[in-house]
Design a protein around this ligand. Structure first.
Ligand SMILES: C[S@@+](CC[C@H](N)C(=O)[O-])C[C@H]1O[C@@H](n2cnc3c(N)ncnc32)[C@H](O)[C@@H]1O
Length: 289
């Protein structure tokens, strides 16, 4: 007979609450994850999602000579698209040394990469100094409203902002399995991530409206892939950055017992004859000052 694993929901909730009120180490763990995966990030994530980012930049329609900033630039994919369309030097900003190393290696032409926290970077920029500011797949790691407020200040009149990001419910099936894993073993939970991914495009539009930015475009969607095993699902999530920070929830990325159990629960819940479907849900928006 299958072994029954008891769930300790109350203990897990109490442990999560305790970890949430502790000073957050989320930023350090996210940096550690992105530094680690940076050499393979483009193959794992950019190639899978590149056309979503491309469509957003096409829709944004940057003009030759526009001054652009690409926040959370990572390995520089969007930065280089902006540079090609504007034929001017574009500034990419990211905190991860590993991601910036890849960016500098692959996108030297017309791109300047700066290592900084995006909010601190924006606070130090002059008012009304940029035509275009993008933030692709990274807003939820920071404080979205504070970042958007700074973006509005830094944009010139009629300047445009474009955002694309994972939604709060992006990997809901996998996140549910992670709750089940730690509910069996609350003491194994060492780090709870302080992320602020937005629930959907409506929240982004509301933020634009609160800042008196005019929404020009808003959408949402999803992209799925199928893997053969629970372990494959976890490996893929780790290599795309979708598990950035979270992979240290139990303190170590190589915590075999926890990851084995996590993989097992994913298989128990979501295995189909075709494999396990993993779905990323995203939101996007463009607004004008
Ligand atoms: C999913 S990657 C996106 C990279 C790139 N924009 C792309 O489209 O592929 C998220 C990036 O955000 C960066 N990041 C997360 N929080 C940050 C922050 N507060 N300031 C600067 N960079 C940050 C990470 O280092 C990582 O490179």
């Amino acid at each position: 007979m299958a072994k029954t694993h008891r769930k300790y929901w109350f203990r897990m909730a109490a442990r999560s609450a305790y970890l949430l009120i502790r000073p957050s180490n989320t930023a350090a763990l996210v940096d550690k994850s992105y530094d680690r995966i940076s050499p393979t990030y483009d193959r794992a994530w950019t190639d899978h999602m590149r056309n979503l980012t491309e469509h957003l930049i096409d829709r944004l329609n940057p003009q030759p000579g526009n001054t652009c900033i690409d926040l959370t630039c990572g390995t520089g994919f969007a930065t280089s698209l902006l540079a090609a369309k504007t034929d001017t030097t574009v500034t990419g900003v990211d905190r991860s040394q590993g991601m910036l190393d890849q960016a500098r290696q692959n996108h030297a032409h017309n791109c300047k990469f700066v290592q900084a926290d995006i909010l601190e970077f924006l606070k130090n920029r002059p008012t009304a100094s940029a035509d275009i500011i993008t933030c692709c797949w990274g807003l939820g790691y920071s404080r979205p409203f504070a970042v958007l407020r700074q973006i509005k200040r830094v944009l010139k009149p009629h300047g445009k902002v474009a955002i694309i990001d994972n939604s709060l419910f992006s990997l809901r099936e996998i996140i549910f399995c992670s709750f089940l894993t730690f509910a069996e073993n609350p003491r194994a939970l060492q780090n709870v991530m302080h992320f602020k991914f937005l629930p959907g495009p409506r929240t982004l539009r509301t933020m634009f409206a609160m800042l008196n930015l005019k929404t020009l475009h808003s959408d949402q969607g999803s992209r799925s892939y199928t893997v053969d095993t629970g372990r494959d699902a976890i490996a893929r999530l780790k290599s795309t950055g979708a598990a950035a920070g979270f992979e240290y929830a139990s303190g170590r990325t190589d915590d075999t017992a926890i990851f084995d159990r996590f993989a097992q629960i994913i298989e128990d819940k979501y295995m189909t004859p075709d494999g396990i479907k993993v779905t990323h849900r995203y939101l996007a928006g463009i607004a004008q000052k």
